[in-house]
Design a protein around this ligand. Sequence first.
Ligand code: SAM
Length: 343
Amino acid sequence: MAEKINRNLQSQDFSITNNRIAQPSSEFYTVFSKQEILSLIEALKIRREIPLKYSYKGAGANIWDNFYRKLIIPNWYRSNVEIQLLRDNFQYLNANTQNSRKVNIIDVGAGNSYPVKEYIRKLDKLGRIDRYTALDISEELLEVSKRNFTRWFPFIKYTNSYIDIENSPIPEYLLHRDNVNIFLHLGVTIGNLQHRVKALKNFRQSMGRNDLLVLTNEIGNNSQWDGVARGGCYYHAEQIYQRINKNIGIQHQDCQLIRKYDKKTDSVVANLKFTSDYTIDFSSAGINKKVEISKDEEITIWRHHKHQLPELIEELEQAGLQLIYHSTNKYQLHIMAICKITV
Ligand SMILES: C[S@@+](CC[C@H](N)C(=O)[O-])C[C@H]1O[C@@H](n2cnc3c(N)ncnc32)[C@H](O)[C@@H]1O
């Protein structure tokens, strides 16, 4: 009898130590709206992914801002790629918006607004900017953008607002149709999205016939990745990994960070690999859901898809957009694509 109880206890112990339960922190429930949590759980259940866009919210805003200011601006050789590409394309953008005296800049996924500083200054000198609108999924980054922009340009009209460009077009009240609108989507953000064509369709729906969409991405063949993590894939993914562990409540000894090429999404990804069975228990704030993850399963926490030019043109066409001009940086690794709606 004693032996049987002992055996039962041993098997119970075994199941406790091998089936961990993670409970997201109270911060998690304050940072995300209920709708965002439900969509995160859905992505986790169906695609085994925590969409990268959510990592910019809450304390994630600081992670991005620090990463940008400490690593992208001073050190990284590709650091000023957006600024350089905006510089290279300044004449073209100016010449192609001459049917309105002034332009509105609508920066979607604005981050801290640093990349547009020089561009706005040049437009301002020519008396060509009417207003700047920063849109982002991260309310905290919108605060950083506002602080920066209003300090740099106290006399330019500034508006900001929450948006998830994968889910909805830009609300009409933010669009001032009296001027040409230049929509910016910089920082290779299009390559991080899950629904690229859906996002492009949302841009298309927000654009008038004279408006421009200016986006950047890396170009090349994803499957030929050399296996060396650099830039965002190295620094940003590492920080996101640590924060997810803390916020979701996964013990660091129960998981590891893996970067690899993912054939299904044709992207380079950073994955969190579980070394124990886990149940993530989202039962708080009226949400009663659990996600089971088995030992050795991986969830994607960072992803990037480079475009090849024909593929980019095709995705733009699917969204009702046409590429009217493009240029690459000197290493031919980044593209700035300028688009109009197809009429
Ligand atoms: C890679 S950062 C680029 C920031 C800035 N444009 C730059 O070039 O430095 C991506 C930005 O887009 C925002 N973002 C990501 N996904 C988004 C989405 N689906 N809708 C709106 N903003 C999004 C993030 O919060 C972040 O500020």
